[in-house]
Each structure stands twice: as structure tokens, then as C-alpha cells.
Design a protein around this ligand. Structure first.
Ligand code: RB5
Length: 142
């Protein structure tokens, strides 16, 4: 199950990502927002982060205008490793190296075509499970 959330700046791209998840029969929980009306990104970053941290969802996707504010908010929740990715290399590397469990993107930074490729890469890439990466993630948690 994927938790997904955005502010107004990310709403349209969130709808595109939801369309992709539906096409791929990937279950998701949409925490909002539900329109382009102005709202505050910390609320939605936190909602997605909580669903991932408490195990309700395996991974999360968060979107705001830049992806920055919402990722800062999500990363305040213990156990969440939100990675802001605007290219497929970063999406793959952050899964392999950081075991990132939340993907953040900026809807004013990239278009829907690239965003979907990034989502696909993020969801399909497994953590490497290499000792050095496990050690570094443990250090972040500590
Ligand atoms: C909203 O205008 C914008 O500030 C927000 O979507 C995001 O980019 C913040 O980091």
C-alpha cells in the first residue's frame, strides 16, 4: 500500500501519479489535498509520513511545488527517510543506498512524464541490504 499526499502545488501531478498507480493495480491511500485550493504542505507530509512510520503503508509519495517543504516536514517523523528526487538515477540510488521509504517530488520542477518514470524506478528498486548502507541508516536513526 502506497500513501500519497500533496499540497495545492502538487495536486495535479498527484492526480497523474494516482492514474499510474491505478493502471498498475497498486493500492494507495490518498491523504489529500483534494483540490488546487491553497493549503499547507506540512499537514500532508506528516500524514503520509505517519502512515509509513506506523506500517500502514509500505512507502509514500509526497508532492508540493518544489518537493522541498513537504520533504522537510515528512523527515521530521521518526523512521521516515524522504528523498527528493527529480531524476531516475537519484530514485534508484536512494532506494539502494538509503532505503528511502518516501519519495518527494516538485510539480513545478519536473513534468508528469519524468515524474512517472521516477515513481516507477523508486517503487521497483530494492534496498541493497549491504552492510555499509545498513550501518549508515542506523547512524541516521540514532
Ligand atoms: C506553495 O506555494 C509552495 O510553497 C509549496 O508547494 C512548496 O513548494 C514548498 O516547499
Amino acid at each position: 500500500m502506497i500513501a500519497i499526499g500533496s499540497d495545492h502545488g502538487g495536486y495535479q501531478l498527484k492526480q497523474e501519479v494516482i492514474k499510474y498507480l491505478k493502471e498498475k493495480n497498486i493500492e494507495y491511500k490518498d491523504v489529500g489535498c483534494y483540490s488546487t485550493e491553497s493549503c499547507d504542505y506540512p499537514e500532508f507530509g506528516k500524514s503520509v509520513a505517519n502512515l509509513v512510520a506506523n506500517g500502514t503503508c509500505d512507502k509514500g509519495i509526497i508532492i508540493c511545488g518544489t518537493g522541498i517543504g513537504i520533504s522537510i516536514a515528512a523527515n521530521k517523523v521518526k523512521g521516515v527517510r524522504a528523498a527528493l528526487c527529480h531524476d531516475c538515477f537519484s530514485a534508484q540510488a536512494t532506494r539502494e543506498h538509503n532505503d528511502a521509504n518516501v519519495l518527494a517530488m516538485g510539480a513545478r520542477v519536473i513534468g508528469p512524464g519524468l515524474a512517472i518514470k521516477i515513481v516507477e524506478t523508486f517503487l521497483q528498486t530494492e534496498f541493497s541490504n549491504e552492510e555499509r548502507h545498513i550501518r549508515r541508516i542506523r547512524q541516521i536513526e540514532e
